[in-house]
Design a protein around this ligand. Structure first.
Ligand code: 5GP
Ligand code: ZN
Length: 115
């Protein structure tokens, strides 16, 4: 999508230091980190949210959850102590950027419940 900030980061139109990249996924630090480690993991393909995932996206979604997020957590040294993965979805979910993204937060104890 032409006016989507995360599509522009995925296509490198907007430069961002990437902590992970493969054919279908990129990950980069959040602009306003809420924890010592705060990474956004996104599909390169524009998908609006978790609620917009289609049958054809199953492999991509599994890849992000099974392969990418645990690998980044290991690479950044937060896998052992633990981390939080969040996908805010639509208005009540607090989603501000309408391109599917998984927050990967770690490096401190996470309170529950979130606000
Ligand atoms: P949401 O509120 O949609 O779950 O999360 C969007 C996140 O994207 C926020 O944590 C916000 O700080 C981050 N963000 C918004 N614009 C940019 C940007 O241009 N670059 C980066 N790296 N993060 C952004
Ligand atoms: Zn997009």
């Amino acid at each position: 999508m032409s006016d989507c900030i995360f599509c522009k980061i995925a296509s490198k139109e907007i430069p961002s230091p990437l902590v992970y990249e493969d054919d279908t996924v990129v990950a980069f630090p959040d602009l306003e980190p809420k924890a010592p480690v705060h990474i956004l993991v996104i599909p390169k393909k524009h998908i609006e949210s978790l609620a917009a995932l289609k049958e054809e996206d199953k492999e991509l979604a599994a890849h992000i959850l099974v392969d990418v997020i645990p690998q980044i957590a290991r690479d950044l040294g937060i896998a052992e102590k633990g981390f939080r993965t969040v996908a805010n979805t639509s208005d009540d979910g607090g989603q501000t950027v309408k391109h599917l993204h998984f927050h990967l937060l770690g490096g401190r104890f996470m309170q529950w419940p979130p606000g």
